[in-house]
Design a protein around this ligand. Structure first.
Ligand code: FES
Length: 153
């Protein structure tokens, strides 16, 4: 907890109240453990003097927080209408096929990948945009998916 505690103290120093630091504290937790578990929520609750129920409400509101374990590479594909008409569904199918995830929201047997559909990523002119963890990739096609996956460790 030493390094995490130092990171949390740095976060806390930037906010006027402990509660205001909740979102970055949760982000830090997810970064370290891959998802936000009930145990993690209790730890953050104790550190920030907020109830676990309140934090659970925040975690379930924001889709950026994972409420269950996901693959090491979390793949989000925009399938909102502008991207959809440009073939986003085929990009999703290609990711599902080449990752071995089987279906949306499932994790591949090797634990490497989880693929989900998301709403507009704000790059409608560059269909199909995809986020893999914190990396943003524009103009993804079904054909470019194998190359993109091969570049991931
Ligand atoms: S609709 Fe896909 S990025 Fe906006």
């Amino acid at each position: 907890m030493g390094e995490a505690r130092t990171q949390l103290d740095t976060i806390l120093s930037r906010y006027p109240t402990k509660q205001a630091a909740l979102l970055p504290a949760l982000w830090m937790l997810q970064d370290a453990r891959g998802w936000v578990s009930d145990k993690g929520i209790e730890e953050i609750a104790a550190l920030l003097a907020i109830t676990p129920a309140y934090i659970k409400g925040v975690v379930s509101f924001y889709t950026m927080y994972h409420q269950h374990p996901v693959g090491r590479h979390f793949i989000q594909v925009c399938t909102t209408t502008p991207c959809n008409v440009c073939g986003a569904e085929d990009v999703v199918k290609s990711f599902l096929e080449h990752t071995g995830c089987g279906d949306l929201g499932l994790t591949s047997a090797d634990g490497r990948f989880t693929v989900i559909e998301v709403e507009c990523l704000g790059a409608c002119g560059f269909a199909t945009p995809v986020m893999i963890n914190n990396d943003f990739i524009e103009s993804v096609t079904p054909e470019s998916v194998p190359r993109i996956l091969a570049e991931l460790k």
